[in-house]
Design a protein around this ligand. Structure first.
Ligand code: ZN
Length: 310
């Protein structure tokens, strides 16, 4: 009987005998798994050489539609820490995070952003627009949850994480000022940003753009004929010079809208794509301009200002 009691208590300490809990951390590097490349970028800035970061969704992968594989689950379970965006960005992974809560230490990097700073949106069962990284100042709030969780797990690195977090916050402050200055060179009436899905709401709010997306806040939403017609009418009425494709979203839908705009309203809109496609929900390959968060933000604002100033 005593043996049975002992066995049971050992089991509950390990959190569920079958799968076990997250691995114990003994010494750096802290093994971190992130969902998106954008989240991983912050972790790398805060953790530097004390972390080994892996990312489930690679460059150009759409997080709204991403389904976790068996291999991902293994990766998550082997990590000391897991960071995800939250706010239902990873709409199809909600179950993985909620049902396997005890199998890994998973944290949403957006947890410190207060409700009043979030844009309401109905997305995959979530109540808010998850694309907070397009407001650089708001995204800077993802630094501290990451710093705090790293320091809790690895107290020996606490001072190091603090220094890195402060440095990166300053870098983002400068980046925010840079975007604001670039946006300011465009006359107010030209600040109209139209993209494949409605990812740029926070960008618009922060930097003074009117923003339209063909699809809703999630790419998992349906696009109907009415959506297409309405956008074509808007483009025609406003004589919008250019619309933008995104690296993580197919552009067929936008092309169809531009055909309608030309046929019905006699207005030709430029489709900005190829190397100039905007990075929306994923970074680019490590060597591309959008290989880092700061690089992605700089690329986007440059492309947007160039195309809309013509
Ligand atoms: Zn999105």
């Amino acid at each position: 009987m005593l043996r049975l009691v002992l066995l049971l208590s050992v089991c509950s300490a390990a959190i569920g005998c079958g799968g076990g809990g997250p691995p114990e951390f003994t010494a750096p590097p802290v093994r971190v798994v992130c969902t998106t490349t954008i989240v991983a970028d912050v972790v790398k800035h805060v953790g530097k050489e004390r972390v080994a970061v892996e990312t489930l969704m690679g460059p150009g992968v759409d997080p709204h539609r991403y389904l976790p594989t068996a291999g991902d689950r293994e990766q998550l379970e082997g990590a000391h820490l897991v960071f995800f965006n939250g706010l239902h960005l990873e709409g199809k992974m909600t179950d993985t995070f909620e049902k396997s809560r005890r199998r890994f230490r998973a944290f949403a990097v957006t947890r410190d952003i207060s409700e009043r700073d979030l844009r309401p949106a109905d997305t995959d069962g979530g109540a808010h627009d998850p694309h907070v990284w397009f407001d650089v100042k708001l995204w800077a709030k993802s630094i501290d949850p990451i710093r705090a969780e790293l320091a809790k797990l690895d107290p020996g690195g606490a001072a190091f994480y603090m220094t890195n977090a402060n440095d990166y916050r300053q870098e983002l402050d400068k980046l925010d000022a840079e975007v604001r200055a670039a946006a300011g060179t465009l006359p107010k009436e030209r600040r109209v940003l139209v993209t494949g899905h409605d990812a740029f709401g926070y960008f618009g709010r922060a930097y003074g753009f009117e923003v339209r997306g063909l699809q809703g806040v999630s790419t998992a939403s349906e696009v109907g004929t009415t959506d297409r017609d309405r956008l074509a009418e808007f483009l025609g009425a406003q004589r919008v010079p250019a619309v933008f494709t995104e690296t993580s979203v197919p552009d067929e839908g936008l092309k169809a809208v531009l055909d309608t705009t030309r046929q019905k309203y006699g207005h030709t809109v430029r489709l900005v794509g190829g190397d100039d496609a905007l990075y929306s929900d994923a970074l680019g390959a490590p060597t591309s301009p959008g290989g880092t968060y700061a690089g992605m933000v700089r690329h986007n604002i440059k492309v947007i200002v160039d195309a809309l100033s013509k």
